[in-house]
Design a protein around this ligand. Sequence first.
Ligand SMILES: Cc1cc2nc3c(=O)[nH]c(=O)nc-3n(C[C@H](O)[C@H](O)[C@H](O)COP(=O)(O)OP(=O)(O)OC[C@H]3O[C@@H](n4cnc5c(N)ncnc54)[C@H](O)[C@@H]3O)c2cc1C
Length: 312
Amino acid sequence: MTALEEFRTKARAWLDENCPQSIKGPGGVPVGGKKLAVKDVDAKRWLDLCAGKGYTVPMWPKQYGGAGLSKDEYLILLEEMRRINARSPLQGMGIGLIGPTLNEFGTADQKQRHLPPIARGEIRWCQGYSEPNAGSDLASLQTRAVAKEDNFIINGQKIWTSGADRSDWMFCLARTDPNAPNHEGISLLLLDMDQPRVTTRPIRLISGDSPFCETFFDNTIARKDDLVGPKNRSWAIGKRLLQHERSGIRILMGGAVKPARLENPFLQLIKTYGADSALTNQIISYRWSGVSRDGLENLDRWLGQMKIRPAC
Ligand SMILES: Cc1cc2nc3c(=O)[nH]c(=O)nc-3n(C[C@H](O)[C@H](O)[C@H](O)COP(=O)(O)OP(=O)(O)OC[C@H]3O[C@@H](n4cnc5c(N)ncnc54)[C@H](O)[C@@H]3O)c2cc1C
């Protein structure tokens, strides 16, 4: 038996022994953090068991809460999870975005302080990138961070901060040199959201949901030892984090359950939104304008996630 075959046998046995029945199939996946308790007992048990085994972040080093798996071992683990249709134990920006970035660029101290709590699902992170006048043109961001003694003092505003009101920590791009060219005066800072100098204001969507916030900094503090990479030179690291966001690593880690393909997307849309609804007509007109079947399914899934089930 090769080492990989042996790994598969052990992983399969562990999953068969430990994965609760209710975790096999579609359902919720915890995002972690101190502010939202995981109410589902099985999901909590699955999270804790996987965290103990290093399976919330299988490829991270063991010392930071991972299982230290090679890429091949990780793919086998995913195959074995798919075999029993097991859901991921944990999802979110901690394991998907800032965790991999700290693994690559963080100091030893940053890794030791931040990675194990992420792996255990104890801390939820949010992303402080977009600003009212810095969206696609992110490098024009104006939030200022000024070094003072052991800290950076941050002032400014972010927008579209997903889950900011339910997050414990933020990774934040701020301008630390206003005189440098746009891309060269930016630093990536980690800050505790539980301080009086941070205010979050949920943005209410027409669905009634508030998945994002405006976030305001009023002399907010980030410790100097929570600067990721060199001061004024964090732009490349901030972009690297966005690669993790785009690359699908989050999808790999965020759910082993195979997405259900719609039998007939048109029929599904009509069933969900009604044959005469403005939304159905609009989506079907997108279809005729060249959106692929996958695009249509993604749109439908997205609308579902945003809880847009209107009677329109
Ligand atoms: C579901 C969701 C979750 C998000 N969560 C977060 C989060 O947690 N944290 C965070 O920081 N941000 C978040 N964002 C914000 C997202 O990153 C922004 O939408 C993005 O930065 C775009 O900015 P904007 O909305 O201001 O659009 P704009 O930059 O104003 O762009 C508007 C439109 O103009 C187009 N456009 C812009 N510039 C040009 C140009 N030069 N030439 C031609 N066309 C152009 C764009 O393609 C777009 O269609 C989230 C967004 C979504 C949709």
